[in-house]
Design a protein around this ligand. Structure first.
Ligand SMILES: Nc1nc2c(ncn2[C@@H]2O[C@H](COP(=O)(O)OP(=O)(O)OP(=O)(O)O)[C@@H](O)[C@H]2O)c(=O)[nH]1
Length: 400
């Protein structure tokens, strides 16, 4: 009775009665999900969650799981094959594999903490995000940078790509196998192309965990490459210590094309193809970006973003960029920004996981799945507001 009175008293109750009328008219004290017009009653809420948990979680995986133990041992010995299998494991949605992946990640993190106590920042992997529009020269530049890092600086390099187009459509801008051929043959390098399915959120979450595994496998630097479109930069920036934006020497037009937000989150800007006929344009582009940056607040107090020029035909220019990367690494390491940023990022990723998981539980709920098409149609035709539709779904989900 009290619930009925409350629902009636609510100012939205008259408009929402078609959607939430169940709360009023078929109030049932048992924990049943109320039926919405056209939706069949199914299992009681508690049973549904139990069923969901059986399909999504596996609590039987323990520390001594043979797959986890084998992968951990091989990963720690630096095996590229083990790294590849470990990444596949953490990307999986299968309950047992997910549990094994979580166990493995926990073991890697424990090991990392021990190493950090002993070796400090030297035990950490340097996480660099590289973004830029299609065709700007990302793969060529990463290949040249990879050669500099492995051959001249004795580093082990991992390259992970996030291709938002491939995550969303199954087609790929970045995914062709001909990219970075030299680097893929280099024994000190590991390259992994973006998974071609799943939501962008899911893909980036997988990459974040892959970074942790690369760190465990003893790589010194991980380059996370993404195409300069959409929100993938934000996700990449949330998992990197440094963001590097590549710009093509297309003086004038390019400045408008690069979103301010992306520039603001970049610590280093590199104008590519600084050679031959393009050199003059590269210089002008560099000057334009230097002036544009003057109007932006640097992301960190200890570092002012630089604009450099580089050509894959000029190894010194690539080496100079590499030197700047490590200048940045030393600066944020000494100032404490590195650790602060990583701690903040870990918290952000925790909430990302929660958000995704809750959304999955919510969207896969049979009543919700059934309701969505109708609500979407009603929103599009202006019959109800998005807020009211959300309220209807939430009340249906919780059965109130
Ligand atoms: N002259 C010159 N050409 C370059 C340089 N770097 C890349 N290119 C050329 O630019 C074109 C695009 O290079 P990619 O490395 O494939 O560019 P990308 O940004 O990875 O492109 P997507 O894979 O489409 O995202 C290729 O034809 C390269 O040969 C450079 O330093 N100088």
């Amino acid at each position: 009775m009290v619930v009925r009175a409350l629902v009636r008293a609510h100012p939205l109750s008259r408009i929402s009665c078609r959607y939430s009328s169940l709360a009023a008219s078929s109030f049932n004290p048992k924990p049943y999900i109320p039926s919405v017009s056209g939706v069949q009653k199914s299992l009681p809420f508690d049973n549904l969650l139990e069923q969901y948990s059986r399909v999504h979680w596996d609590d039987t995986v323990t520390y001594d799981d043979p797959t986890v133990q084998r992968l951990f041992k091989n990963l720690m010995s630096g095996s590229r094959a083990a790294l590849a299998s470990a990444i596949t494991l953490v990307e999986s949605r299968h309950p047992t594999k997910r549990a094994q992946g979580n166990m493995l990640l926990k073991m890697v993190l424990d090991e990392e903490r021990e190493k950090y106590k002993k070796y400090g920042r030297d035990s950490m992997i340097f996480r660099v995000g590289i973004s830029g529009s299609p065709g700007v020269g990302k793969s060529s530049f990463i290949e040249a940078l990879g050669a500099e890092l492995t051959e001249n600086r004795g580093k082990k390099v991992a390259v992970l790509t996030i291709d938002p187009t491939s995550a969303m459509t199954g087609g790929s801008v970045l995914g062709d196998l001909t990219r970075m051929q030299e680097l893929s043959r280099n024994p000190r390098a590991y390259i992994r192309q973006s998974p071609t399915s799943g939501s962008l959120g899911g893909v980036t979450r997988g990459i974040h965990e892959a970074v942790i595994l690369c760190e465990g496998a003893g790589y010194d630097i991980v380059i996370i490459e993404t195409v300069g479109v959409g929100q993938s930069e934000t996700s990449v920036s949330d998992m990197c210590d440094m963001m590097c934006l590549l710009l093509s020497p297309a003086h004038g037009d390019e400045l408008q094309g690069v979103k301010r937000g992306i520039m603001e989150m970049s610590d280093l800007l590199v104008v590519t193809k600084d050679d031959g006929d393009l050199q003059a344009k590269a210089k002008m582009t560099q000057a334009e970006y230097i002036s544009a940056l003057k109007f932006m607040r640097p992301r960190l107090d200890v570092w002012s973003p630089k604009v450099m020029r580089s050509s894959i035909m000029n190894k010194e220019s690539v080496s100079a960029v590499c030197t700047s990367l490590y200048e940045f690494w030393d600066t944020i390491g000494e100032s404490g920004d590195l650790e602060r940023r990583r701690q903040d990022q870990m918290k952000k990723w925790m909430w990302n996981h929660v958000k995704d998981e809750i959304m999955a539980v919510f969207q896969k709920h049979p009543k919700i799945a059934h309701l969505v098409p109708k609500l979407e149609k009603d929103i599009s035709s202006g019959k109800i507001t998005p807020g009211l539709a959300a309220e209807t779904m939430i009340r249906t989900f919780f059965g109130v």
